[in-house]
Design a protein around this ligand. Structure first.
Ligand SMILES: Nc1ncnc2c1ncn2[C@@H]1O[C@H](COP(=O)(O)OP(=O)(O)OP(=O)(O)O)[C@@H](O)[C@H]1O
Ligand SMILES: [Mg+2]
Length: 499
């Protein structure tokens, strides 16, 4: 059967200053298929797809949509004409309601004379939320009150409300728990059966091979190869992604799981709404303690409380036996925290990589309270950039200009470099490519061996099982089960206690 090309990108080039983000890229995606895009951080996936979805323009090249020239003037314009994208970064406006986000730029639809028919807007928004399986979200809520996952679902509702013919899903699933993922998979499946088109970007190789019909690999802004479904082979895909074979262990390879006796951080009977219910837990010296659960189980809040960023209603958070008053105190006690919502809580996007990384490491190169040694600072930052292969022109580049995965590396490098004794990592490898993920896992293991302690909060069960000495499953603000490190532990063992 003749395949009908829907999305065509021809000879596309895009430069950012001296960075060549796309180099003569050709991509064709057909009706009724899910096409995967995969490649290392900074390889050009978001750039190529966001140009097609109207977010920015290219320097050279042509685009076609169902055979016709395609030149959207904005994201709204693209969506209006059938091309929607779920962006990698936060795509909702925090200070307005969910309904207003869903109908962003469309308030005219609900206008009656000088008034906006709010009830009508909310009713329609709730209908859309229900249609995608996210009816737990209330359309009248202020978007800022939702967590990361639900804000993503609002964005999905906005795009799906427009019934697009082409949907781009950019690195969305790795930040979502199973429920959120299932919603996206269902949407993509339905689009495929309806003869529509999906472009799916993910760093999870198993997931992308499972979900997609074809897979296109990008490296350094160039198309390297397209794999048809019957050619899918994990090793071959990895090799074409990184241009060499990936050697060595991915997760740690031992099943020892021992750690020190000393308790370095703990929660004592902490209560906070439905997120923490009389929860006690201890993190030991030299321990990697994994925490998993569904998105609303309370694990993300737990990380914030332990870092002093959020106060519990009762009970306490302690570091080295003393109450954590606030974040400044936690930092003084050498606690580091990588937040899940990194763009808002962990990074300053409108500042350089150097400033972002060095701000947590001042004690490493400050000679007094008022004086830092620039040469030492520079060396310190360079070390982090090299260790995590942060893809940038120089450390002076603004974080806002980095690709998603490279931003994540900056958030991670900010804390690992300063000699943090205790690390609270909330989804630390989100959106990071497999090569760098491996480096992050090795680094975590090395830190453990050096007697440092890591609280690893994650939506990825494989990573929790692969790395933890001890693994806690949370549900509804409580600890449901504790596992010790062992070879036999499987994801299904965990899931039983999560739902
Ligand atoms: N606004 C910008 N200003 C300057 N450089 C940019 C900008 N946006 C992207 N780049 C650069 O373009 C290149 C491609 O980035 P892109 O975001 O497309 O990568 P990606 O494949 O989506 O990576 P990731 O997996 O990390 O999301 C990177 O080198 C990035 O730093
Ligand atoms: Mg990207």
């Amino acid at each position: 059967m003749e395949r009908k090309a829907v999305v065509e990108i021809r000879d596309m080039t895009k430069n950012f200053g001296i960075t060549r983000a796309l180099d003569r890229v050709d991509i064709t995606v057909y009706a009724g298929e899910i096409c995967g895009l995969i490649g290392e951080n900074g390889s050009g996936k978001s750039t190529a797809t966001s140009i097609y979805a109207g977010m920015q323009s290219c320097d050279n090249g042509q685009m076609f949509f169902k055979g016709e020239r395609w030149q959207p003037s904005s994201m709204m314009d693209a969506l209006e004409h059938g091309v929607g994208m779920i962006v990698q970064e936060n795509g909702t406006v925090p200070g307005i309601t969910v309904a207003e986000n869903i109908f962003l730029g469309e308030s005219a639809r609900f206008r009656k004379g000088p008034l906006i028919r709010r009830t009508e807007m909310i009713r329609k928004a709730n209908e859309i939320l229900k249609s995608i399986g996210a009816d737990h979200i209330e359309a009248s809520a202020v978007t800022a009150s939702l967590d990361f996952q639900d804000r993503k679902l609002v964005e999905i509702a906005r795009v799906m409300g427009k019934k697009p013919e082409v949907l781009v899903v950019d690195e969305t699933t790795t930040a979502l728990s199973q429920k959120g993922r299932d919603i996206i998979y269902d949407i993509m499946d339905k689009m495929k059966t309806d003869g529509k088109t999906v472009i799916f970007i993910s760093h999870d190789l198993d997931e992308i091979m499972e979900v997609c019909d074809r897979l296109t690999v990008l490296r350094d802004g160039k198309i390297i190869r397209t794999f048809e479904k019957d050619e899918f082979d994990e090793e071959a895909v990895k090799t074409s992604m990184i241009g060499r074979e990936l050697k060595g262990d991915y997760y740690r390879s031992d099943y020892d799981g021992s750690y020190g006796q000393e308790v370095v951080a703990e929660l004592r009977q902490a209560n906070l709404g439905d997120q923490l219910k009389n929860l006690s837990l201890q993190l030991h010296k030299g321990e990697i303690l994994g925490i998993g659960g569904l998105s609303h189980c309370g694990m993300h809040t737990l990380g914030k409380v332990l870092f002093g960023a959020v106060k519990p209603e009762s009970g306490e958070a302690l570091v080295h036996g003393k109450p954590v008053r606030d974040e400044a105190y936690a930092m003084k006690e050498k606690v580091g925290y990588v937040a899940k919502d990194r763009d808002v809580e962990s990074l300053c996007l409108d500042a350089s990589i150097r400033d972002n990384i060095s701000v947590a490491g001042l004690d490493q190169f400050a000679v007094s309270r008022f004086l830092i040694l620039p040469s030492k600072e520079k060396a310190y930052v360079k070390q982090q950039v090299d260790d995590l292969s942060i893809k940038c022109r120089s450390a002076e580049q603004y974080v806002s200009a980095l690709s998603g995965g490279n931003k994540q590396k900056v958030a991670f490098g900010k804390w690992t470099g300063r000699g943090s004794e205790i690390l609270i990592l909330d989804c630390p490898t989100r959106g990071v490519d497999i090569g760098v993920k491996q480096a992050m896992y090795q680094l975590m293991y090395r830190m453990k061996k050096e007697g440092k302690s890591i609280l690893l909060i994650s939506e990825e069960m494989a990573e929790l099982i692969g790395m933890s000495d001890r693994l806690i499953v949370m549900k509804d603000g409580e600890i449901k089960k504790e596992f010790r490190r062992e070879e036999k532990l499987s994801e299904s063992d965990m899931i039983r206690y999560m739902i």
